[in-house]
Design a protein around this ligand. Structure first.
Ligand code: FAD
Length: 286
């Protein structure tokens, strides 16, 4: 099933999971998948490390497992550190396993790994996958601008290249202030980007995540978010409940504003995914 066929009929609702570290068995994710499957998302995407072959085998195995459970899988595929032959191998294997949906990515540039650069930008990979004919292709986008871009205008110009190369739909980087998403969506439309855009929502439910948000992720932290994290940060249960409530609040507002889809960064936490799915199930089916 090509994911692009879902848009326009309903608010698409999808999950993202990540493979375990290569020192852990892949089975640790399978029980998570069993619980996520029961929530009947429209698709589940699986991340894929850009840094080398480490857990890439797991990503394909997890995508296959999702398919076997009756849910449509999407495989992330970063290109900056891979040769054309390696990309070909991943695509062939995906095809053999019946995985029809690819999120084509550049991947972050690691200062310790010289990029292969056979594919320099995600748009190069999108065009290459498109030339193969049979895949549904998604791309990433950044409501608050990609960190390497000089400006949001330049980033959106580059995004247009990715869509022109064949990206069928887009998924955003996480954000905590919906106004950034609305502003980005309007600018993208003005730039002639008319493919569906799913909003990436990350429920922040523990202090490690708060720390990571503050240090590594470029997302702005609105005062309401900071107040909640400050007030409940010392109580794991209160923080979890507040983080879930914040994500639900974001989703309700996005759906009311006609978002094409919600992509939930589940962080492999089925409890959180269940709480949010149950809270928004009536809203996303309207
Ligand atoms: P690109 O679209 O290539 O953009 C990268 C930069 O180059 C931007 O600044 C852009 O403006 C610029 N640019 C693009 N095209 C051109 C051009 N033609 N000329 C000049 N400049 C250009 N990473 C992983 O390693 N594995 C994952 O599984 C993964 N999953 C992700 C899922 C989502 C939903 C998102 C939002 C990100 C994900 N990432 C993942 C992170 C992503 O790989 C990084 O954000 C990376 O830095 C950029 O990837 P991209 O595909 O957006 O790159």
């Amino acid at each position: 099933m090509h994911i692009k066929e879902l848009f326009g009929k309903k608010t698409v609702f999808s999950f993202e999971v990540f493979p375990p570290k290569k020192t852990s068995p892949v089975e640790v994710v399978y029980s998570t998948l069993d619980e996520l499957r029961d929530l009947r998302p429209d698709f589940i995407s699986v991340t894929f490390g850009a840094g080398g072959s480490g857990n890439s085998r797991y990503a394909l195995d997890i995508a296959s497992r999702i398919k076997e459970s009756g849910i449509t899988p999407m495989l992330h595929l970063p290109c900056i550190n891979f040769t054309r032959a390696e990309i070909d191998a991943a695509l062939s294997e995906a095809q053999e396993r019946g995985i029809e949906n690819i999120l084509a990515l550049r991947g972050d540039i690691n200062p310790d790994i010289p990029p292969v650069e056979e594919f320099r930008y995600a748009s190069d990979l999108v065009a290459y996958i498109k030339s193969k004919g049979s895949f549904d292709i998604a791309g990433a986008c950044y409501p608050e601008c990609h960190p390497d871009a000089e400006s949001l205008v330049e980033d959106i110009r580059n995004l247009r290249k990715k869509v022109d190369a064949g990206a069928d739909h887009l998924i955003t980087q996480l954000f905590f202030d919906n106004e950034y998403f609305y502003d980005f969506r309007e600018k993208a439309a003005l730039a002639g980007i008319n493919v569906p855009i799913e909003a990436g929502i990350m429920p922040v439910v523990n202090t490690n995540q708060i720390q990571r948000m503050v240090t590594t992720c470029g997302a702005s932290l609105p005062p309401k978010f900071v107040r909640i994290m400050t007030r409940y940060g010392s109580s794991p249960e209160a923080l979890r409940d507040a983080g879930i409530a914040y994500a639900i609040d974001q989703i309700v507002d996005l759906v009311a504003s006609g978002v094409d889809g919600i992509h939930l960064y589940t962080m492999n936490n089925p409890y959180v995914a269940r709480k949010i799915s149950e809270a928004v199930s009536g809203i996303i089916s309207v």
